[in-house]
Design a protein around this ligand. Structure first.
Ligand SMILES: Nc1ncnc2c1ncn2[C@@H]1O[C@H](COP(=O)(O)OP(=O)(O)O)[C@@H](O)[C@H]1O
Ligand SMILES: [Mg+2]
Length: 338
């Protein structure tokens, strides 16, 4: 069971194997409107639960606007959760403040979509890597050692060729390597990589994903890989979680999701993934029409029901489906299986 160790909402025991446990996490963005400051909410993350073990990678896959970035940033505690619980290494980090929050963040590296935007343009490679070390009061000699070894780890070598360069002097792939070097320089236990390759040329995408996978294995890191592109997950993660409109609708091992998808949305995503075989280039794909719903006003019942060809009136449009274990370790939130 994915949820081993937990006895339900609110109640919890420490799951000794999980590095990260997220329970019923919600992040509603507040939007203040109008003269009287009426508050509306965008329910970007709306009841997400999962465990991630040490050394394992999970891909969180969903269309743009499904709440993936919000989920990542809430786990990083760049956002304050609206409700729910985040346990990291046995510690409740949901409401941490100031010093303890800084300590938690040291354990979580972040890689964003746009490497250039993530790097201060007026700082050199060395200054960029040294900054988190200075903030964390690492002594000078140790700083130099760590800068060197992290550049070697991401293969920006020979180190001397890179250390005094500015971000704009690097290619997109090299910039992302630098972001990754910065993300690992404090020896984190978890990396959250939010669409780390979607802005890069196709030719360097595999390189960067392979590098992340290598670092994960070498340092027994846990990784949350966020992507809209199901085809990049195959070689990357142990688990795939499919996210739709603020919720996870299917969770299983990577091979299971790719070969035996249960949720109609997962099937649609798989259909929309280009087949690498040139013979099948012109095969028509059965993608449901429409777009993901607005999270300011999500549909009642199952959030996918307006786009679903199996929609049962009176059920799917009224009641939210429960999460059902359809096969061992394969969880699906859909009335077809409940
Ligand atoms: N800081 C924010 N304030 C208000 N709304 C936000 C904010 N960040 C994201 N949103 C909204 O939350 C929803 C989910 O966005 P996001 O988490 O970026 O999804 P994804 O990464 O899957 O594209 C979208 O409707 C987006 O407009
Ligand atoms: Mg995003």
């Amino acid at each position: 069971m994915l949820d081993a160790g937990f006895t339900g909402r609110g109640e919890r025991m420490v799951n000794s194997q999980a590095l990260l446990s997220v329970r019923d996490l919600r992040k509603w963005h507040e939007l203040k409107r109008g003269l009287f400051g009426r508050v509306d909410y965008v329910k970007a993350v709306d009841g997400v639960s999962f465990d991630l073990k040490r050394g394992e990678a999970v891909s969180i896959v969903g269309e743009s606007g499904s709440g993936k970035t919000t989920l990542g940033k809430t786990i990083l505690r760049l956002y304050k959760p609206t409700s729910g619980v985040i346990l990291f290494d046995g510690i409740d980090v949901t409401n941490l403040k100031s010093r303890e929050l800084r300590e938690y963040r040291r354990n979580v590296g972040f890689v964003q979509q746009d490497p250039f935007g993530a790097l201060a343009p007026f700082m050199t490679v060395r200054q960029i890597l040294e900054e988190p070390l200075i903030i964390n009061k690492i002594k000078k000699r140790e700083r130099i050692k760590r800068i060197r070894s992290s550049l070697e780890e991401v293969r920006l070598t020979p180190v001397e060729d890179f250390i005094n360069k500015y971000p704009h002097m690097l290619s997109g792939g090299q910039q992302q390597r630098l972001v990754i070097a910065r993300a690992i320089i404090l020896n984190p236990k978890l990396i959250i990589a939010d669409e780390p390759v979607s802005m890069l040329d196709a030719s360097v995408r595999i390189e960067i994903l392979t590098l992340l996978r290598e670092l994960q294995r070498r340092h027994n890191l846990s990784v949350i890989y966020i992507t809209h592109d199901l085809s990049t997950t195959r070689y990357f993660s142990e688990w795939i979680y499919i996210m739709y409109a603020g919720k996870i609708v299917e969770k299983a091992e990577t091979g299971e999701v790719l070969s035996k998808p249960f949720h109609p949305y997962t099937r649609a995503l798989l259909n929309a993934t280009p087949d690498p075989d040139p013979k099948n280039r012109f095969v028509m794909r059965d993608v449901p029409p429409g777009e993901p719903p607005s999270l300011a006003n999500p549909p009642k019942g199952c959030r996918f029901h307006p786009r679903c060809i199996y929609m049962k009136k009176g059920l799917c449009d009224k009641k939210e489906p429960p999460e059902v274990e359809v096969e061992r370790n394969h969880l699906v939130g859909c009335w077809l299986y409940a």
